[in-house]
Ligand binder design. Structure first.
Ligand code: ATP
Ligand code: MG
Length: 283
């Protein structure tokens, strides 16, 4: 049985649970149980604080974990990462009070900086040749400059609205993070086999999330141009329509290229362009 540690409640929790479910693994979760067993895969899920997950996996208390790279690297456990998961994307940034002068990171020389990420920040500043006094605090970092605790902060940012609301200005991004699957340094052959199965499923789910199924009608005369726009996984499926001179084309497109391709397809005479979600994509 594999033991997977996920965040009990926070920004990683919902997406972690959804990913496990999309991998076809069923379990009943309840808010007071800190350990649940899946009914159709040898998996036990532990609900923990995210800060504790890297240590538990490093020590083999849990075999696997889902955690943000920021927390993983801060814990000195970067080597445990086995798979990037694409959610909970955020960045770790330096910010200063809006009115403060700032031209480059050299301006932080000798200044005091509040952060919950002393290792990541310390490594970054060392790389830039800047020495600063780091104040490690575990939350509400944005308040530090306004109460005189520090002259700058380094914290997680996604939209920037928290910084704005506290009169701060983002000046450097020092680290980009997303959720990752981590694994204990040594796993028994049986557990390794289960991990391989789980990763295979996770990859199929992620590939599907990035792809869309596209169906359209096109004049036969435009077929070569349509094929060039929609190479698909191997090649598009082309079937004749009942109406002479028209074909139906089915293919797969990357989600982020869809709008551009849809415009081009319309320009060459395609009609009735339908886009459908893909649930799983293997290979
Ligand atoms: P815990 O109580 O488990 O210690 P926490 O308060 O430390 O939780 P959360 O705020 O839930 O942590 O964030 C968990 C992780 O989600 C962060 O470590 C980071 O990787 C990511 N994250 C944080 N803020 C954001 C955000 N605004 N957008 C997207 N991802 C974020
Ligand atoms: Mg935490």
């Amino acid at each position: 049985m594999l033991r997977l540690a996920i965040q009990k409640s926070g920004r990683l929790s919902d997406d972690s649970l959804q990913l496990i479910r999309e991998c076809g693994i069923s379990f009943v979760s309840s808010s007071y149980k800190l350990k649940v067993e899946a009914s159709n895969f040898p998996l036990e899920i532990l609900y923990l604080r995210d800060d504790d997950i890297p240590g538990y996996v490093q020590d083999g208390v849990a075999d696997l974990g889902i955690v943000g790279q920021n927390v993983l690297v801060e814990a000195g456990c970067a080597a445990l990462e086995v798979e990037a998961l694409g959610f909970s994307k955020c960045r770790l940034s330096l910010a200063v009070p809006r009115g403060a002068e700032y031209n480059s990171v050299a301006d932080l020389q000798g200044k005091s900086i509040a952060t919950s990420y002393p290792k990541l920040l310390g490594d970054y500043l060392a790389g830039e040749g800047v020495q600063a006094n780091l104040h490690t605090i575990s939350g509400s970092v944005e308040i530090a400059p306004s109460i005189g605790l520090a002259e700058a902060i380094c914290d997680i940012v996604s939209s920037g609205s928290t910084l704005l609301g506290n009169g701060l200005r983002e000046v450097e991004t020092i680290f980009r993070s997303e959720a990752v699957l981590i694994a204990a340094p040594t796993l028994s052959p049986d557990k390794q086999e289960l991990l391989d199965q789980l990763r295979f499923r996770m990859q199929a789910v992620r590939r599907a999330q990035r792809s869309k199924y596209i169906v359209l009608n096109a004049p036969t005369s435009a077929l070569a141009a349509v094929k060039a726009l929609l190479p698909g996984i191997k090649s598009p499926t082309v079937t004749p329509l009942a109406e002479e001179g028209w074909v139906s084309v089915q293919s797969v497109v990357e989600e982020d290229k869809f709008w551009h391709i849809a415009g081009e397809l319309q320009a060459i005479g395609a009609e009735g362009i339908l886009v459908l979600p893909i649930e799983k994509r293997v290979g």
